[in-house]
Design a protein around this ligand. Structure first.
Ligand SMILES: [Fe+2]
Length: 148
């Protein structure tokens, strides 16, 4: 069973962000699978590294988009992304030094953080775009589902 399941509630309404989020979910589920199947630590750690690399890439893309649309909560988002990144770097350091491995606690933290962040912070980006009617960036909301 996956640790995180995609549902429509997670849609932000911006195709690029939604695709990134879905890929993050897939990577988290692959990491969780490796954990449950007791795969070798190197495999688990490399999946975790991939997840973190992708999250970093995604955060900068999301922040770039927020800059482009002059999103008023950009700073708040950057801070949240920063706190998350610090925490996962700590986790990476721990297993690189052989102090601590990936645990269910860590995977649950990622699951919880992602869902709360998407539902409470990222979805606001879509709402902002809908309320400003895509004025600044025509076409950005095209081909995506409407956000309530
Ligand atoms: Fe975000």
């Amino acid at each position: 069973m996956p640790i995180i399941e995609w549902k429509e509630d997670y849609l932000v309404g911006v195709q690029q962000i939604d695709l990134h989020h879905q890929h993050l979910f897939a990577l988290l589920n692959a990491t969780y699978d490796a954990f449950v199947n007791k795969d070798p630590a190197e495999r688990l750690n490399s999946l975790f590294d991939e997840l973190i690399d992708y999250a970093t890439y995604h955060f900068s893309a999301e922040e770039e988009l927020m800059r482009k649309i002059r999103y008023p909560e950009l700073e708040k988002q950057r801070k949240e992304h920063g706190v998350f990144s610090e925490k996962v770097v700590e986790i990476q350091k721990d297993y690189q030094a052989g102090r601590k491995g990936i645990s269910l606690e860590i995977l649950s933290f990622l699951q919880e953080w992602l869902t709360v962040h998407i539902l409470q912070a990222d979805r606001e980006i879509g709402r902002f775009l809908v309320s400003s009617n895509g004025r600044q960036t025509p076409g950005l909301l095209k081909d995506t589902k409407h956000v309530e």
